[in-house]
Design a protein around this ligand. Structure first.
Ligand code: FAD
Length: 401
């Protein structure tokens, strides 16, 4: 039976709970809010299936990646709603057009990030946008297998560990399965997100209707955290001031297994790997429009076939693998290092409220307050992009000598 001795060895993909024929594995949150399997030993028949499907214990050798493209969805509204260039929606729509099912991560009515499915184009909207928190897959792997056995097309999107877990669960390849994974920095604690959102709910005195971790209101280069309320009002703050985004990028609340992620390889078992294309201008100037670009690694022949069929719906250009990874793809091949105050952070979020956490871990002194006031305007009028371009030009000039 599955036993987690070191937390680094469980990515929380929940595949073990899905495969158990006795249904005797439950996922239980630890004190940090991350789920781990707990086996009911009375019911367990020692079939060892849970150990065999664990993707961390049995990582699958990925193939070499095929090629890489910078992609921008031609539908500007979809691109705006997406984290990067809206490539995921193109793949998902292609599958739906074949009567398929699309599986992705959306918020449920309790604002918990869960894996769920849709058969309708409008349903993809809820999957758009990265939710920087660990999602709860529930029984989605079981459902996926049923749809595949019925002969349907299925697009399954998730973190690399979830895609590896799915492949282990399915055992064999399915022609009609399309898998999409991400360059995943790591996943954060659902407990802290819950605390953060309930703070905003209390402060506003209104229900939360929308959460966006990378809203592009000020542009792609300055994507912001947005919490929208039932009356149309909202909280919006940039990375330099929002405590949830800061805790993520300071690696204060990532899961233990993300520090030793086994799936950080350029070649993957998926069909597509997606990540942010901040430096698209280096490869094609016209695409550098501050509205978002997905860098898309084509990982399989199936991925390549599908990409050829969706090309008419996007602006794209082939980009060199090595250079693109060096510029924007570090998280494809390296794991995050836990922040030095991570343990202290997790202890504090048990008792302290969000303003105290903010004060302790990311105090908003005068400089940061001024910066967060002027930054949106500087971005809106394009000054920041000019500054960044000048800086890059100076640095690349320096590199020549
Ligand atoms: C937790 C997380 C960490 C990431 N870290 C990086 C990074 O370090 N560097 C980088 O370049 N890119 C990272 N990405 C990927 C990036 O944010 C974009 O999702 C990606 O570029 C695809 O953008 P898009 O516009 O094509 O699709 P989008 O429309 O943004 O589609 C989002 C896709 O992500 C899936 N998804 C959303 N939230 C989750 C979740 N919590 N768990 C699993 N799947 C989810 C959705 O189902 C959908 O398929 C991360 C994404 C996530 C979810």
């Amino acid at each position: 039976m599955i036993q987690i001795i070191r937390k680094e060895e469980c990515c929380g993909c929940e595949v073990c709970a899905n495969v158990c024929p006795q249904n005797c594995i439950r996922m239980i949150p630890d004190e940090k809010g991350f789920l781990y399997p707990r086996v009911d030993e009375e019911k367990c028949t020692d079939c060892h299936l849970c150990e065999k499907v664990c993707p961390v214990a049995n990582p699958q050798e990925p193939d070499e990646c095929r090629t890489m493209y910078a992609v921008q969805n031609k539908n500007e509204q979809i691109r705006k709603e997406s984290t990067s260039g809206g490539a995921f929606s193109l793949i998902a729509e292609w599958v739906l057009a074949r009567g398929g099912v699309v599986i992705g991560v959306a918020f449920d009515e309790n604002l918990q990030a869960i894996h769920t499915a849709t058969e309708r184009v409008e349903g993809i909207a809820a999957f758009r946008g990265s939710k920087y928190v660990q999602s709860h897959p529930g029984d989605i792997y079981r459902k996926t297998k049923v749809w595949l056995k019925e002969g349907r097309w299925v697009c399954f999107s998730g973190t690399p560990c979830q895609i590896n877990g799915l492949k282990k669960y399915l055992v064999r390849e399915y022609e009609r399965l399309v898998t999409v994974d991400l360059a995943c920095r790591g996943v954060t604690s659902p407990f802290f997100l819950k605390k953060y959102l309930s703070y905003h709910r209390r402060k506003a005195g209104k229900a939360i209707t929308d959460v966006r971790f990378r809203e592009k209101y000020y542009g792609y280069g300055y994507s912001t955290m947005k919490v929208g309320f039932s009356d149309g009002t909202y909280y919006r703050a940039g990375m330099e001031s929002d405590i949830f985004l800061r805790s993520f990028f300071l690696d204060l609340n990532t899961r233990e297994s993300c520090h030793e992620c086994r799936f950080k390889t350029v070649g993957r078992v998926s069909d597509f790997t997606l990540f942010d294309g901040w430096h698209v201008g280096k490869f094609k100037k016209e695409m550098d429009d501050d509205a978002g670009t997905t860098f898309c690694i084509i990982q399989s022949d199936k991925g390549m076939d599908i990409f050829k069929k969706i090309q008419e719906k996007c602006c794209f250009t082939e980009i060199p693998v090595k250079e693109s990874l060096e510029l924007d793809g570090k998280m494809i091949f390296s794991s995050v290092t836990p922040g030095p105050r991570r343990e202290e952070f997790f202890r504090d979020i048990q008792n302290e409220d969000v303003p105290e956490i903010q004060k302790k871990y990311y105090p908003l002194g005068i400089k940061r307050r001024v910066l967060s006031c002027i930054k949106p305007t500087v971005y809106k009028i394009g000054l920041f992009r000019c500054y960044m371009k000048l800086k890059e030009r100076r640095e690349s000039g320096r590199k020549l000598y």
